[in-house]
Design a protein around this ligand. Structure first.
Ligand code: SF4
Length: 506
């Protein structure tokens, strides 16, 4: 029998959440570095370099890997012999740990959770509640797995029920291109097979909590049908050519994890949950001896990479014209300096509602010849203009794009992932452009922000419209003024090249 106290339980989960906000799992760093060394696509290699440099900076600076510090997911396996010495129930203790971790004064994390999700979508302010899964098991310990899951990758989860005779690998591989780049590849696919609908989803999520070990599996060979499927899906997804950030390249997934469970004879439920460039999870056990403080990993576990920006075009955002923008080529890297505006989902809705109703935009909100950056930054700490401030998924802003380009004089947008056909057509008709920053490199991007001030909608918190002054902010031209998209041309080119050359992903 062991006794777990309230303070030990809360402190341990709080420690874990802070830890995973700035330390990638080392197995993930190692796998990403391997992908970097193998990558033959310059654009994808550049994106992976940014992810790795960002990862090291976060480990050194104890600041979040990504501006989306995630929805907290906790798996608790509670030993039947455990005794609790607490006033709060287990869910309340987990949420108290989340509250304390996300409001940490030295490393505040972004509050991303909204209550009333089909209505007012009011931010709860402290990132609570967590999503908690509990089971009781044999023993006298509490086994805890803590994850912070980004919205961009969570949004790409898939589920189906196949016929028993259908090919599971075919279905998984067919789903990945449609997931686009909003899940910030390269990452990991968690696959759940069997059980019931909700069981398959849970298996897929839990599968992501295991270490990256596909290379060890390749070397020793599969010992089960589940391992055969992991290898097959890993090989076939990487042959798709999607690549890092959807730019086209050799590595789309660093690993494929799979858990299964017995199911009904009539069913084959299958779920996919992807994990992104900001993969964050940790596992520990409580045995009644006190709180857990995870051991910091050695910085030598991170590669020392230098990001080469020598071939990039320098752009002055304060003197930009539509004619200058028209010269930029798809895939070209730029270093932006000057003023840009920010805005994401909630701000876009307000702006377009104002444009539709003919009411004036807030004073000072002038988009003429400006760029808008889709971002919801983390709050800054001492010495920072802004906390980690990487791009959010642009696809969600597609339905607002034509109105902004048509009615405000906006010249371009910065985000992550592909644009839909209507948004690309609007970009082409208005001679505008769409640029991408690297998803999962938020702390690196934030270093380019010299100052930040709220321009409009302060009540939206991290979704307010800011004016950023940036210096040498690295971006890539994703849709040029003629409507050519690297998210179409890049994967197509690399799919063909992979089919024609010997690759080492198997
Ligand atoms: S890396 Fe991409 S998907 Fe992951 S949390 Fe960050 S923005 Fe979201």
């Amino acid at each position: 029998m062991s006794t777990i106290t309230q303070d030990d339980f809360i402190q341990s989960i709080r420690n874990a959440l802070q830890y995973i906000s700035y330390y990638h799992p080392i197995d993930f760093v190692t796998a990403m570095h391997e992908a970097y060394k193998q990558e033959a696509s310059p654009a994808a290699r550049d994106a992976i370099a940014q992810i790795l440099i960002n990862s090291r900076l976060c480990a050194e600076g104890h600041r979040p890997i990504c501006q989306d510090t995630g929805i907290v997911t906790v798996f608790l396996d509670i030993g039947m012999q455990v005794r609790w010495d607490t006033r709060l129930d287990v869910e309340a203790m987990v949420n108290e740990a989340v509250r304390l971790a996300y409001r940490d004064a030295d490393n505040p994390l972004r509050a991303s959770i909204v209550a009333d999700p089909a209505g007012a979508r009011r931010n709860t302010g402290d990132n609570t509640p967590a999503v908690i899964h509990m089971s009781t098991v044999a023993g006298d310990r509490v086994s805890v797995t803590v994850a912070a899951k980004g919205g961009g990758s969570e949004n790409k989860a898939k589920f189906t029920v196949l016929n028993p005779s259908d090919d599971l690998a075919d279905w998984v591989v067919s789903q990945v291109p449609g997931m686009g780049a909003g899940w910030c590849p390269p990452g990991i696919l968690g696959i759940g097979v069997g059980g019931t609908a909700e069981k398959a989803m849970l298996l897929a999520k839990r599968a992501l909590m295991a270490p990256v070990d596909i290379h060890a599996l390749q070397q020793r060979g599969p010992a089960s049908r589940a391992e055969e499927l992991r290898l097959e899906i890993y090989r076939r997804v990487n042959q798709s050519g999607i690549g890092a950030q959807g730019l086209g390249g050799l590595t789309t997934v660093l690993d494929v994890k799979l858990l299964d469970y017995p199911t009904h004879a009539a069913s084959q439920p299958v779920a996919i949950v992807p994990n992104c460039a900001a993969t964050r999870h940790i596992h520990f056990e409580l045995d009644g001896s006190g709180p857990v403080y995870p051991e910091p990993p050695p910085l030598s576990a991170w590669p020392q990479l230098h990001w080469d920006s020598s071939g990039s075009r320098h752009v002055d955002l304060d003197t930009l014209t539509r004619e200058a923008v028209a010269e930029w080529q798809p895939g070209e890297t730029l270093l932006l300096s000057g003023r840009l505006l920010t805005g994401r989902d909630a701000a876009h809705k307000r702006i377009v509602d104002s444009l539709d109703s003919g009411t004036a935009l807030p004073e000072g909100l002038d988009f003429r010849n400006r760029f808008i950056y889709y971002v919801g930054p983390v709050d800054p700490v001492d010495g920072e203009a802004v906390g980690p401030a990487g791009p959010t998924t642009a696809t969600r802003m597609d339905k607002f794009t034509d109105a902004l380009l048509e009615k405000t004089g906006l010249i371009g947008m910065i985000g992550k992932a592909e644009r839909g056909p209507a948004a690309i057509d609007s970009i082409r008709r208005h001679g505008a452009v769409y640029l991408i920053a690297t998803g999962g490199a938020a702390y690196l991007v934030a270093r380019a922000v010299r100052s930040a001030r709220v321009l409009a909608y302060p009540e939206l918190g991290m979704e307010a419209v800011y004016e950023f002054v940036v210096a040498d902010m690295p971006v890539t031209v994703a849709v040029d003024a003629r409507g050519a998209s690297v998210h179409q041309s890049g994967p197509e080119e690399w799919r063909r090249r992979i089919a024609g050359i010997a690759v080492t992903t198997d």
